[in-house]
Design a protein around this ligand. Structure first.
Ligand code: TXA
Ligand code: MG
Length: 333
């Protein structure tokens, strides 16, 4: 059975980790499914519980910067500066591994993604267990990352030892993944720390293309897996409310039921009161924090087609649109 723990019960969760069990916990981005990153069997249990392909490496979470050098071979100057600026926080830094972690954590790569999360429950847990904790997002593979303990429970009840309940997470999409293992740092996944945040500290960085061609080896193995695609297809509709109305009307004429995934402003412009609303388009952080919950709701409602608004890609909007595009089957308009 999967247990639920509060912050006061964090020692019980930590004990399970030291025993090689899997424990879900909140971070400031999404919930993670953690296990002792030095214990190959414990790490294998993460892959099993999630149904995750074994060639997709895990991020290792640490509770203090001081232990970083126990697991990596080299910390380049630019990585150091970024940690000074953004740790603890939603930035995962890929560095050359020194081979001390369980081999399956890195899926055989010679690099490892490290992150110090900025969430009181996560930091308490990491302190209490004194372990590096490997943790991918705590969803079943192919589902949206969980932003509440309920999402985790829905996906993984009976498959993991327990869940530390910290309520709703903050950012709502996963951390920025930045490859610092070679000369030129490259953003492999946009996230909570934006490109301009990073560039303000170390200057221009490259960004890996969101979608990669088949047969091309991705810098980040996770990029080759399609993210959550709900039962009903999602189309992102660029442009005005009139555009969206036109696409909706056409679908309705074909006998389809249509639902909208939009800002509150767009819902008003459309004159609909049952849309899946993400928040105000003037608050991109709020839109982003609600995305995964609303994507989970898409499968709870009756609809043949979901029409999603296209949001600004400024700041956190880049991460928001990256995740929305990965869930969508096409962009129109
Ligand atoms: O916010 C987050 O990052 C959350 C919380 C729990 O920390 N974790 C998370 O983990 O999103 P996951 O496993 O769902 O995504 C990790 C991504 C994957 O796309 C993986 O391929 C990539 O990071 N990754 C991990 N280690 C890597 C490495 N050594 N080289 C390249 N990509 C790596
Ligand atoms: Mg994930």
């Amino acid at each position: 059975m999967t247990q639920l723990w509060t912050l006061e019960q964090i020692d019980q969760a930590a004990e399970q980790l030291t025993k090689g069990q899997t424990v879900a916990f909140p971070t400031e981005t999404v919930y993670g499914l953690g296990a002792d990153a030095t214990n190959e069997q414990a790490v294998e249990a993460i892959f099993q519980a999630k149904g995750r392909p074994s060639d997709n490496p895990l991020i290792v979470h640490i509770g203090s910067r001081n232990v970083l050098s126990d697991y990596v071979r080299d910390i380049p100057d630019h990585a150091q500066k970024l940690m000074d600026a953004f740790w603890p926080g939603p930035l995962t830094i890929i560095l050359p591994s020194n081979g001390k972690l369980a081999q399956n954590v890195t899926a055989g790569l010679d690099t490892v993604g490290m992150r110090m999360p900025n969430h009181p429950h996560a930091l308490e847990l990491l302190k209490a267990c004194s372990l590096p904790v490997a943790a991918p997002s705590a969803n079943r593979s192919g589902k949206p990352s969980p932003t509440t303990a309920e999402h985790v429970y829905y996906d993984l009840n009976g498959r993991i030892a327990g869940i530390v309940d910290g309520g709703k997470t903050g950012v709502g999409v996963e951390s920025t993944v930045l490859d610092c293992s070679s000369e030129n740092p490259m953003i492999l996944r946009p996230g909570g720390i934006t490109r301009s945040d990073i560039e303000s500290v170390i200057g221009p960085v490259d960004v890996a293309p969101a979608m990669i061609e088949k047969n091309e080896a991705p810098r980040s193995p996770g990029m080759k897996y399609k993210h959550y695609a709900p039962d009903a297809p999602i189309w992102i509709v660029r442009g005005s409310a009139e555009n969206m109305k036109r696409v909706a009307d056409e679908a309705k004429r074909e006998g389809k039921t249509v639902q909208f995934l939009v800002s509150e402003e767009r819902a008003q412009e459309l004159g609909v009161d049952d849309a899946l609303v993400l928040g105000s388009r003037h608050q991109p952080e709020v839109l982003t924090s609600h995305l995964y919950d609303r994507l989970r709701q898409v499968d709870q409602i009756e609809a043949d087609l979901i029409l999603a608004e296209s949001f600004s890609e400024k700041g956190i909007g880049e991460a928001l649109m990256n995740r929305l595009e990965r869930a969508a089957s096409k962009v129109v308009g």
